[in-house]
Design a protein around this ligand. Structure first.
Ligand code: AN7
Length: 363
């Protein structure tokens, strides 16, 4: 499918990032026969946060997975799922989504000349994500129900019809998403002491924990992080220990009441000495603004990790000097509505330099 991608452009020593399958080929379940469908996902920045480090007394780094090709971490798993679906001869894929999975599935299916069907909860996905699914030519169905109901429909469709399910219950998704843990260790030169992330359907925490364990087993990391997962308080089934029938939160990406990888998320928290807890929408919004004011525009669900970090700090559960990674799973541009609300209306002036200077308080 893809032409051979060179390591470095002629005449330079700078590396070209080839996407997570090629970069970690030895760790991915692919063979020479697998058509690699890639948009060069992964290779995302690990950004040191001066503000959060100062606040917590730790060394805090933000893994900004919003800088993936479709603006979320879902691309890491989708390159694997779509490549394997293509290899198996599938012509159509399907997923349920709170938005990011559908955007990613639509893009990778389009790259592979396959058809994507996406089922989303009506009125509950961010405009940018809906736009992505539509622009890439997916068949978009809005269901009068929530994500969990949409996933149930998709599982049954994949059972009964010739269509491949590409939600994270598809093991190839988790395989690809492990690459994020590999990158964090490669970028830091070690595993973090504490790893903080949002939890929705719980595929990503499963993938990170699996990736960290693999690097540790292979001697590429001396230690394992403590895994700290955060759900939104109105959508916190794992924290409550019961399915939430009507999940609510402003962080629509993690508005999920019955996570598919529930048990594996619990195992990751338990086996790492960590936890799965909840943060309120108010805490999420406050964390979102704090990170944005420090130059990183992540979406609301992603800010749950930073809200979690602040909560851990306030509870005295971080030790000074610890290395902490907070995952920012998606890009803020997907849902600009939240960014604009709460910000001051821009000032309007006549086209005049002096008035502009006054307005900018330069004189
Ligand atoms: C930005 O797109 O479930 O715990 O259907 O979009 O692996 O589910 C999205 C989830 C965190 C939670 N941050 O990850 C979907 C979907 C963002 C997300 C999560 C999602 P999981």
């Amino acid at each position: 499918m893809s032409a051979t991608i060179p390591d470095a452009p002629a005449g330079t020593t700078s590396r070209i990032w080839r996407g997570v399958i090629e970069e970690y080929r030895g760790r991915m379940p692919v063979t020479e026969a697998t058509p690699v469908v890639t948009l060069r996902e992964g290779g995302t920045p690990l950004i040191h946060s001066e503000v959060l480090s100062e606040l917590t007394g730790c060394e805090v780094h933000l893994k900004f997975d919003g800088s993936n090709p479709t603006g979320s971490f879902k691309d890491r798993g989708m390159t694997m799922a779509i490549s394997k679906a293509k290899e198996a001869g599938a012509e159509a894929v399907i997923c349920a989504s709170t938005g990011n999975t559908s955007a990613s599935a639509a893009a990778y299916a389009a790259k592979a000349s396959m058809t994507a069907g996406v089922i989303v909860p009506k009125g509950k996905i961010a405009m940018g994500k809906l736009a992505q699914a539509l622009v890439h030519g997916a068949k978009v169905i809005q269901v009068e129900g929530n994500f969990d109901q949409a996933l149930t429909i998709c599982r049954e469709l994949a059972d009964q019809y010739p269509v491949e399910l590409v939600n994270s219950v598809n093991p190839y998704r988790i395989d690809g998403q492990r690459s994020a843990a590999f990158e964090v260790v490669d970028q830091l030169g070690r595993a973090p002491d504490v790893h903080v992330m949002p939890v929705g359907n719980a595929g990503n925490i499963t993938a990170y924990w699996s990736g960290y364990q693999e690097y540790h087993r292979d001697g590429l990391a001396d230690s394992l992080p403590v895994m700290r997962g955060y759900q939104a308080a109105g959508s916190a089934p794992i924290v409550q220990g019961a399915v939430v029938d009507k999940p609510q939160t402003i962080a629509t990406a993690i508005r999920i009441g019955n996570p598919a990888s529930w048990d594996r998320a619990v195992a990751a928290a338990r086996d790492s000495g960590g936890s799965i807890r909840a943060v309120t929408d108010r805490q999420i919004l406050s964390a979102f603004r704090r990170v944005a004011r420090a130059g990183v525009f992540a979406e609301m669900a992603s800010a749950a990790s930073v809200a979690g970090l602040l909560e851990l700090h306030e509870a005295g559960e971080l030790e000074p000097g610890q290395t902490v990674v907070c995952v920012l799973t998606g890009h803020g541009l997907k849902d600009p509505e939240w960014a604009i609300s709460g910000a001051a209306e821009p000032m309007t002036i006549p086209a005049d330099v002096r008035v502009a200077a006054e307005a900018l308080e330069l004189i």
